[in-house]
Design a protein around this ligand. Structure first.
Ligand code: ARG
Length: 282
């Protein structure tokens, strides 16, 4: 039996239990928008780097207050998007597939991630052979890896990820340039619960998600448009942009605890909570 939550079927909200996570973050010391590689980035609009740092600090503190460990990678002056660590790699079972960025503007971030993981003793570290943007496009759901393509990660990278991680990779096609990474249009809440924005996906991909996930929270235009799906779930808490109030209510109905945060400055580069967070699954 499937549960289309848009129909507001009553949900039996069991209390959720979380577990401590390890996240990799990068302070937005050099955050700015001086090029445009997604529709959110307008180099002529002013950016307040200090405010971005404040908002990012708030997120980091929140993770620590919730009992999670936060590791840091050093920011690089020539990499204004490096705050978005989700794109740097995908880490599953201690294996690390480091990104190959689609755009030249971000290419110099990849060596920094290769070094970071090598320096910390990760043994199985591999540089992707095809454009592949880390957890921006790969989301772990139970034993599967959901994998986006269409804008950044190349479909050929999906085969490489499946071979490397030994997990089934489920390819999903993104169709709306505003939702250019999978993590802007879908969040995994538990092994059989996702929240997502169907208009960002091809028809076949929506059918696949309906087939795989018994429970699907559907985001409306307003919540998707404030990057409400760019959320992090630790099993119990769902940390998401504060303005995504409809989604917050929905996740609460499903027994999770929503925590809204303000990441408005980071949104000017097309990123929010999840983009600033790379889970280290050792
Ligand atoms: N400006 C960055 C880019 O376009 C934003 C990356 C957002 N990250 C994410 N995981 N969706 O690449």
């Amino acid at each position: 039996m499937q549960n289309e939550t848009t129909r507001r079927a009553p949900v039996v909200a069991r209390r959720r239990t979380g577990r401590p996570r390890r996240y990799l973050m990068c302070p937005p010391t050099h955050f700015r928008v001086d090029y445009s590689i997604n529709p959110w980035m307008d180099p002529s609009a002013p950016v307040d780097t200090r405010l971005a740092v404040e908002q990012w600090e708030g997120l980091r503190r929140l993770y620590e207050d919730l009992g999670h460990a936060v590791e840091l990678i050093a920011p690089q002056a020539e990499s204004p998007d490096m705050v978005f660590t989700a794109n740097g790699a995908t880490v599953v079972d201690g294996r690390v597939l480091v990104a190959r960025f689609r755009h030249a503007e971000r290419a110099n971030e990849a060596p920094a991630y290769l070094d970071w993981f090598a320096d910390r003793g990760y043994r199985d570290v591999r540089a992707a052979s095809f454009p592949s943007e880390g957890e921006g496009d790969y989301l772990l759901a139970g034993s599967w890896l959901l994998a986006g393509c269409g804008f950044r990660t190349d479909r050929r990278a999906h085969g490489e990820a499946q071979e490397f991680f030994g997990r089934p990779v489920i390819g999903l096609t993104l169709t709306d340039p505003r939702y250019y990474h999978l993590d802007t249009a879908l969040a995994v809440l538990d092994d059989d619960t996702i929240m997502y924005y169907p208009p960002a996906f091809s028809g076949g991909s929506i059918a696949v998600l309906e087939e795989l996930f018994a429970c699907r929270i559907v985001a409306g235009d307003a919540d998707a448009g404030v990057f409400g799906l760019n959320a992090v779930c630790d099993g119990r808490h769902v940390i998401l942009p504060r303005s995504a109030t409809g989604l917050a209510e929905e996740v609460r109905r499903h027994g999770f605890e929503p925590i809204g945060v303000d990441m408005s400055e980071l949104l000017k580069a097309g990123g929010s909570v999840k983009c600033c967070t790379l889970e280290l699954r050792d």
